[in-house]
Design a protein around this ligand. Sequence first.
Ligand code: NAD
Length: 347
Amino acid sequence: MKKIKWGVIGAGGIADRRTIPGMMLANNAELYSVMEVDMNIAEKLKEKYNAKKAYDNIEDLLKDSEIDAVYIASPVVYHKEQAMKAADAGKHILLEKPICLTVEEGRQVVDYCEKRNVKLATGFMMRFHSYHQKMKQFVKEGKIGNIVSARAQLTCWYPDMPGNWRQSFNTSGGGALMDMGVHCLDLIQYITGYKARRVAGMASTLTFNYEVEDSGLIVVELENGALCHIESNFNIPDDAAKGRLEFYGTKGSMLAEGTISQIESGQLEVTFSDDTKAYDAKQDRQEDRTRKIKVEFGNMYTKEIESFSDSILNNTEVAVPALDGLQIQSVIEGAYASSKSGTYVKL
Ligand SMILES: NC(=O)c1ccc[n+]([C@@H]2O[C@H](COP(=O)([O-])OP(=O)(O)OC[C@H]3O[C@@H](n4cnc5c(N)ncnc54)[C@H](O)[C@@H]3O)[C@@H](O)[C@H]2O)c1
């Protein structure tokens, strides 16, 4: 079977922590080259993963005609320029979330790649989590009826680190919402199949001294009217993180914990209820219909790389188009505008 040869740009961060190890397990992909700003680090990563080539600049990496696709996992401030250069070189691109600093930049990249006929996907790998796939299936089957509310939460501990790119607006475009809220919103939209049509947001820096928010809350109204909320925090200890994802509908609920994470794990409890009894003032629960769902866990990063590689090999639509990343970014920008103005923003 032909394997897609990958070049990794910004190979020393999440690429080294998660994505390259996931790529090594993919059946249709091969790590071909790595790029880091420091050649010593690039060489070390090349050795570690048995890659063919190491580079300290993207121009040389992109000149290599062996490479079919690049994974861009550099700080967000470099995404636009690097994606455009990769498109010029005719490489297909998996561009980490958030795709760019702003919606405007993101739109330029999406248009640029479209014109050059290269595939452009974004890094919402959590869609591939077995529980998230299961939840999407339950919604599709109508198991929880019409969805009326949802909640998603992603937190971590991210203390002051002077000079850190994520903690400055110019290099990150935003804080906890931009970095982690995007995954939460993507999962709500992906699982329900509805996009946000109205947003209200609050963004505050409560605990640390950096300029981006360490605490963010978004309330969105989906196209079907469901009211959802998303919480993103940089100031909750990792040990205390819950990563909850909850959906409620006219026929039941699905409650996941620990699934919004970099590791495919967690648990899922569902309650499906077909009864449409008359109003019960005592709100008695006749029986406990809640049950735990079992799935087989895999590696979300392996599935992400396999999926994108597959779309190149078979020339099919990508599973996580960058356009979805762009739409999500417009909701996050709306949330920031709402936080400043104190009003709802229509999308
Ligand atoms: N999907 C996920 O699971 C996930 C998780 C974490 C981060 N991310 C995303 O990945 C991207 C990188 O985040 P991170 O946590 O790895 O950051 P990081 O700071 O840990 O790593 C970024 C890497 O890029 C390198 N770099 C710096 N300047 C560069 C340049 N000009 N060109 C190429 N590489 C350069 C750095 O040396 C560093 O090794 C961001 O877009 C982030 O949102 C995604």
